[in-house]
Design a protein around this ligand. Sequence first.
Ligand code: 6PG
Length: 467
Amino acid sequence: MSKYNFGIVGLGVMGRNLLLNMADHGYAVAGLDLDKEKVDSLQDEAQEGHQIFATVEAEAFVKSLEQPRAIMLLVPAGNPVDGVIKTLSPLLDEGDIIIDGGNSYFKDTDRRYEELSAKGIHFFGMGISGGESGARRGPSMMPGGNREAYERLRPIFEAIAAKVDGQPCVEFLGNGSAGNYVKMVHNGIEYGIMQLIAETYDIMKKVYKLDNETIQKAFEQWNKEELNSFLIEITADILKKKEDGKLLVDLISDWAKSKGTGKWTSQNAMDLQVPVPVIDAAVNMRDISKYKPERIEASRVLVWDNNANAPIADIKHIKEALFFAIISTYAQGLAQLKVASDAYGYELDLETVCKIWRGGCIIRATLLEDFRKAFATNADLPNILLDKAIAEKLNSTQSSIRTLLKDVIEQGTPASGFMNALSYFDAYRAEHLPTNLIQAQRDYFGAHTYERVDKDGVFHTQWDQQN
Ligand code: 6PG
């Protein structure tokens, strides 16, 4: 009996779509799910020519696979991943590969990698981006683990991945949990850009008093220009969608849930001491959005009597402000990847990361090709803001974000994504920061000592004694 080339555990939307994508490319694929309905519905979806087998039994699933086996898990992050590994590992042999395709926390991946390596099983943490349609038609995939074992997975992943200029949006990224880490930061950037787009929509409405149609048309146009990206494109679609003659977005409540990857990005950035203020702001804003009753109360107590007239809208300036802020967000996430790569020994190549983010994933954008070029010119670039071509884009659009923020502040509309995008730029380009005063304060109250610009050494002063 001929065996199946690849196995997928978890036949929810992502698992089913990836499995069908593999089957489209001529691979024989087996699926496992405890839910009989999901198993049956997969069989129903199979098209002519597909070689698919699905079961609820782990043993039958494992036996159906050619050796060494390659099994991808598409189950919710956390305990379910450990549960499946516990069920499968006694049935597996040395040299088999398990790939976790979920949004797992990278430290869990490190632990699983160690545990499975001890049994001779290769473990990959592989971020997959692109949602359900990406999984079906071509996602961006971010695998990390063992480089040699990856060679066995390469053909199938390259076949099913999104393509940009004929190049697949998948590449081995690095050791251990590199794949999950890169996907986590991808999601952090996703949070940042989504927040900036939401602020843009709000500012256009509340500060510049533009109507829905004008806002929608602007996003549609921007997607044809240098802001071209998946998130701008879907925003233009969302702003068109009506229900009973009303814009659907206006009927949606103004608070949003989150599954945790944005928060993890911020938390780990703090651990690594890398500033990612737009991502932090995006996480904060989702949190504050959930304080609806308090916000309603506060809206009556905390008032700003703004007598200024609505400023004149300039769509080009709004676009440039968003463009500036989005670059600032990517810069923060990519800088975090650089520091994390050194801290965790991932050996990431940021040109490769930008290359595989150009298609398939949620943060895909024309700009990614500019960032890829920046790392192609200088692989050690600590921050894309130092690349001449990128710096030029920011220098030429900064006046627009400054004007936008003046209007926003005057009107009292929240825009912490935009504010943080600009302050990051202004802090990063500041040759002198007021941190000398902070050194002095620490030394004053805690004798923490300080360093000086005029001589070497470590100093302490009795600050409260007069000269
Ligand atoms: C992707 C998405 C995907 C998922 C997010 C949503 O790359 O395809 O990022 O992973 O939609 O996890 O995250 P929140 O629920 O935290 O917004």
